[in-house]
Write a protein that binds this ligand. Structure first.
Ligand code: ATP
Length: 238
């Protein structure tokens, strides 16, 4: 409903030229929960997140804690409490880890910024050890941590993550998912898009299957993970 807290996406549609990549998607993410969107390459998952962030023109409604964000540009959505860690993790390679983090602190005073920085370092001790190192020299896992840390600098109430496990070794994937569950415990509403359906459904509370731009199945993550068709199409035998 319109007054619900967390994120509410209602009837969202996005077209590139004349081709609709996302058709009429609705989903909600309550504070302190993880919603996973799984689906094949090209299903429209990244398009959904980029449109929810306000980076692409879209039809439909996005609400944050009941507030309609339709006319709110992306940078103000960050200030309002919405944050996206994009699949490309676009960091400033030549800049130090800490300077990348500072850029994530949106319109905040100095003491607030230092407090956010300490909170991020507490969450990611590895980033503190490497705070003077150029972002471009980090490992893939460290880069993902930095992209997440930068998103957390704006203290989001809703965090959207696009394929956080992409290209990472299993041990690092486990570490990243452990951090995502810790953020949930802090009350953040998390919208997680993943091709790694198994890992995503293991941590998520609710799951959504996206196919050809539409949500074709939604429900408790455990039920989706136990569904015969989903096992066959997305979970394999592993
Ligand atoms: P992946 O996991 O491979 O990134 P996805 O589920 O995130 O897949 P999207 O990247 O959202 O899927 O793409 C959805 C559809 O929209 C695809 O058919 C894609 O080719 C198309 N698309 C994405 N970006 C653009 C663009 N900038 N211009 C035109 N078409 C695009």
């Amino acid at each position: 409903s319109a007054s619900a807290t967390g994120l509410a996406i209602e009837a969202l549609s996005v077209a590139y030229d004349k081709v609709e990549a996302v058709h009429g998607v609705s989903l909600q993410v309550a504070p302190g929960t993880i919603a996973a969107v799984i689906g094949a390459n090209g299903a429209g998952k990244s398009t959904l997140l980029n449109a929810a962030m306000g980076l692409l023109p879209a039809a439909g409604t996005v609400r944050l804690d009941g507030r309609d964000l339709r006319r709110v540009p992306a940078e103000e959505r960050v200030a309002a409490g919405l944050s996206l860690v994009s699949e490309t993790r676009d960091l400033f390679s030549a800049m130090a880890v800490e300077d990348n983090l500072r850029l994530g602190a949106f319109r905040r005073g100095r003491s607030d910024l230092e407090e956010s920085l300490e909170a991020v370092y507490a969450r990611f001790p590895r980033l503190k050890e490497r705070r003077r190192q150029a972002a471009g020299t980090l490992s893939g896992g460290e880069r993902q941590m930095l992209a997440m840390g930068r998103a957390l600098m704006s203290r989001p109430r809703v965090l959207m993550l696009d394929e956080p496990s992409l290209g990472l070794a299993p041990l690092i994937v486990r570490e990243i998912f452990r951090i995502i569950t810790a953020l949930r415990a802090d009350g953040v509403a998390i919208l997680l898009v993943e091709q790694n359906a198994r890992a995503a459904l293991e941590v998520a509370d609710t799951g959504h299957v996206m196919e050809l731009g539409e949500i074709t199945m939604s429900g408790p993550a455990a039920e989706i993970a136990a569904d015969g068709r989903i096992i066959e199409s997305y979970l394999g035998l592993g």
